[in-house]
Design a protein around this ligand. Structure first.
Ligand code: GLU
Length: 460
């Protein structure tokens, strides 16, 4: 067996030597995993593809990429044979493996591994309902998303200001700007609008049609808003939360309600298998007993999203899943620090240069740039966000409110125009000049000054 392996290695070294003699096209194996390598049409894209292209520029080589045939990273079986990408490099089917391949002692013995291009550790993702259930002080805000709360605040302020403006413009509301004070000051308008949120009438109601239109539309908006708030709040509270809170590996090991597992062929599994730590051994034995492994990273993420399953894997990859799917939480505990390396056959001269290039890319900040490029993402799943209302769910109510406010202001202007026309006729003046005088009196400071003067004069 050993001699066979020796022959394979010699052939690989010879081939590599031949390849190293001049500019060559390297055959690169990789594995499909977000965001490292993902299909895009007929091409592949992702962090590893960008890294490979940077390396090829630095080391001046051409390459052909293929996905590993058996879909595995690389594990040695009982007979000493390697599968996955490590196996392909060992058998000479690939010159390089560029993927999230963990640097381990057993692999380092049979292949050449570069300096790590990314650091990670082991952690787990779990459905948010089962993660650390820290009681949230501001749970009452959860029915709406931040955008919706901001939208409501803006709607409230705009409506308050509209009621204020309309009450000043409308002659039916404020008939004598010279002598009487407007009952709808800005403070009163805002207070009145706030009162409606609690279904309370705060102070005098508007008398003019324009003001009443705005108020009626605001009441309608508030009713829709409250109905949606209470529906979301009660559905969030009724979500059948299991009575477990799993924040650490110890929590996982000490319970039997939630299954947990790793990828069936992975360095994470090997870590638990070979660990001397009693806790980690218990975790491994439980996984073996229940055969709770998954065959791919996607399957692990899917099972975790369904609930009742904790997917144990490498934190850097789990971070992406947790940021993509808002209903997933990544445990804060990270164990077994390790790194991802590029793999080549033993004796390959290019590997030394690959390590140097990786260090150069790291020192130049290129690796950080790639990390930010491929890890920046926002939640894609509506699952948990469903309970915190998205602005578009209330979009209709916001639109109706906007139209109502516009209509109210328009009606107020019409009321003012018709009353200006009437008084222009009576005073035999130009309608426009009467209107502009009215406008400056009602919206400008002159109205207030006159009111003040009148009040002063009437004082004994
Ligand atoms: N990166 C791992 C490996 O090289 C696979 C993922 C895992 O262990 O969780 O085997």
């Amino acid at each position: 067996m050993k001699s066979k392996l020796g022959i394979i290695m010699c052939v690989t070294v010879l081939l590599t030597a031949v390849c190293d003699a001049g500019p060559s096209t390297l055959s690169v194996t990789t594995i499909k995993q977000e965001p490292y390598t993902m299909p895009k049409g007929t091409e592949l894209e992702g962090y590893c593809m960008d890294l490979l292209s940077e390396l090829s520029k630095k080391l001046s080589f051409k390459y052909n990429v293929h996905l590993v045939k058996d879909g595995n990273y690389g594990r040695q079986d009982e007979r000493g044979n390697w599968n996955g990408m490590i196996g392909e490099v060992l058998r000479g089917e690939a010159d390089l493996a560029v993927a999230p391949l963990t640097l381990t002692a057993t692999r380092e013995k049979v292949v050449e591994m570069s300096k790590p291009f990314m650091q990670t550790g082991i952690s787990f993702i779990i459905h948010k309902d089962m993660g650390s259930n820290d009681p949230d002080l501001f749970n009452f805000l959860c029915p709406f998303s931040t955008e919706t709360w901001v939208g409501i605040l803006v709607a409230y302020l705009v409506t308050g200001v509209c009621i204020y403006i309309v009450s000043r413009l409308s002659p039916c509301e404020w008939s004598e700007p010279q002598t009487e004070e407007n009952s709808f000051s800005l403070m009163h308008s805002l207070w009145y609008t706030a009162g409606a949120i609690a279904l309370q009438g705060a102070g005098p109601h508007p008398k003019a049609l324009s003001g009443r239109v705005i108020v009626a539309i605001w009441w309608f908006f508030v009713v829709v808003l409250l109905a949606s708030y209470f529906a979301n709040l009660s559905s969030a509270q009724q979500s059948d939360k299991p009575q477990v809170s799993l924040a650490t590996f110890e929590d996982l090991a000490n319970q039997d309600m939630v299954e947990y597992g790793t990828l069936s062929v992975s360095s994470t599994l090997t870590f638990f298998k070979n660990s001397n730590n009693l806790l980690y051994r218990r975790i491994y034995e439980n996984m073996e007993r229940k055969k709770s492994f998954v065959s791919s990273f996607d399957e692990g993420t899917r099972r975790a999203q369904k609930g009742n399953y904790a997917f144990i894997g490498e934190s850097v990859s789990l971070d992406l899943a947790a940021s993509r799917y808002c209903n997933l939480d990544r445990s804060r505990e990270v164990i077994g620090m390790r790194g991802y390396s590029i793999v080549g056959p033993i004796g390959s001269s290019i590997m030394k240069n690959v390590s140097v290039a990786i260090l150069q890319l790291s020192e130049a900040g290129e690796l950080d740039y790639l990390r930010n490029k491929w890890w920046s993402s926002s939640c894609m799943q509506e699952g948990s966000a469903a309970s915190s209302g998205h602005p578009h769910r209330l979009k209709g109510a916001f639109v109706v409110l906007g139209l109502g406010l516009g209509l109210g202001v328009m009606l107020a202007l019409l009321e003012l125009i018709s009353s200006s026309r009437k008084s222009a006729k009576e005073q035999k003046k130009n309608c426009c000049s009467v209107l502009s005088a009215e406008l400056s009196q009602r919206l400008g400071t002159s109205g207030a000054q006159k009111t003040q003067e009148t009040t002063d004069k009437s004082k004994p």
